[in-house]
Each structure stands twice: as structure tokens, then as C-alpha cells.
Design a protein around this ligand. Sequence first.
Ligand code: MLT
Length: 260
Amino acid sequence: MKINVHFTNHHFDDMYFTGKTSVAIDVLRATTVIVTALVNGAREVIPVNSVDFAMKISGNTFGGQTILGGERNTKMIEGFTLGNSPLEYTPEIVAGKSVVLYTTNGSKAIVKAKFSEIQYICCFNNLPAIANHLCLLNKDVEINCAGTNGNFNMEDAICAGRLINEMMNFDNTIEISDEGKASLNLNKSFGKNILKMLRNSEHGKLLIENGFADDLKICSGYGISNLIPYYVSGSIKKYDAEIVNNINNETKISEDAEEK
Ligand code: MLT
């Protein structure tokens, strides 16, 4: 099994992930919000890469069961019901709903990897569960860090490093790319105290300045959920082994048909 890490995804096009197994990471805060929403009973999360598209697919499209959430410059967007704080995604608000999510980097990174065979959503909250699952899956993995506006960010790189480190505990034969090795070292140097690391990161500081200090506590929670969210056909749902097997079988059937 090979693991590759991308500290940002702005330098390649949407076709790059075609047919691959990928993992999206945006610790502050999109992937933490997605895990929280699904843990609290959201039916699905639909990540989008523009506010216009978010508006278009919300409303009555899904029988009035959609909620618009997300942020611009960390703040709630006019016309949206929720911002991008995991604390807002309570069971009372999200249970049974389709959450349409637009965020500056995270939702766009997920949409960018839309052609992945399967794409998992990871943050510190569900990292051990994702590591375990990927090792059982035993396929090459592309870790897609959302980064910040096309640039590297510390928290996503360290989360990637921690994910690889956990996977190496299951399987010490894993092959790791140079970016993967760099993220492992970053995790070793700065990842021991996750909350402290988040508070010292550039985006963490901005969130504190904008009144979201408590979000960092939620985002630093390590392994507090076993949820494995996966994105396929435009929406993120809780992993269900049976559904995923069907998807894999369908892919296999269409590949076989192409070969004939
Ligand atoms: C993003 O997608 O850039 C983030 O989730 C921003 C934020 O902290 O809300």
C-alpha cells in the first residue's frame, strides 16, 4: 500500500483523483463540521464549491429537508441557516436533514476529488477509525489536505501525518511519499498537544480572533467518533459496508464491460 499526501490541491485538475481512494482533511473546520453533522443525525452533507450552487440546490429541492451551512472568511453567509462552527450542528437542527455545505477551502477540496472511486472525510475526531478502515481496505491512498487558499497549512498536514502514523501501527510495510514523510515529521514535532497546535496555527489564531475559540476544542478531540463518512455521487454519508461494496461492485462491472 502506498500513501501520498497533497498539502494543497490547487495545482492539479479534477481528473487527478479519478478512480483513486482519497481522504479529505480540513481540520479547521469543514471536515470536523461534516463529522459532527453526521454524528448528530444529518442524513447527508452535500459539499459544494460555490455559494450560487448552494442556493440553487437548497430550498425545496429535497422536499424542504435541506439546510444551508458554511462560511466566507470564517463567518456565516447571508441567507444561510448555519455558519461553519461544529457547535451549531446540533441534533435538534440537523437530524434527518441534508446539509448543503459551502466553505472557503474544505468543501471545495472535497468537490475537487469528486472523481475518486471513494473519498473519505477525516479530521482528528474520527482519525483512528479512518486509519483502521484504510488499513483493512489495503488500497493506495491519496490524502487531500484542503490547505488555505492554495497554500500549505499546519493543522491539515499534521492531521495527515497522524493518520499515516496510525496506519503504520497496523501495517509497517506501507510505502510513503516525500510529502507523507514530511507530514509524519511535522506530527512528531508539533502534534503531541493538538489543541495547543491548533491555537498556534494561523487559521486557529484567526478563529480565536473571530470568537470561535471553543471550536478549536471540538476540532482537537482525538478519536471521539468511530464514524467513517464517505463521499460518492455528490453527497457524504455515513459508511455502510453493504452500500460501499455495491459501489465497488458496480465500478468493477463497468470496468469489465469496458474491457469487453
Ligand atoms: C475552510 O473551508 O476554509 C474552513 O472550513 C474555514 C473555517 O474555519 O470556517
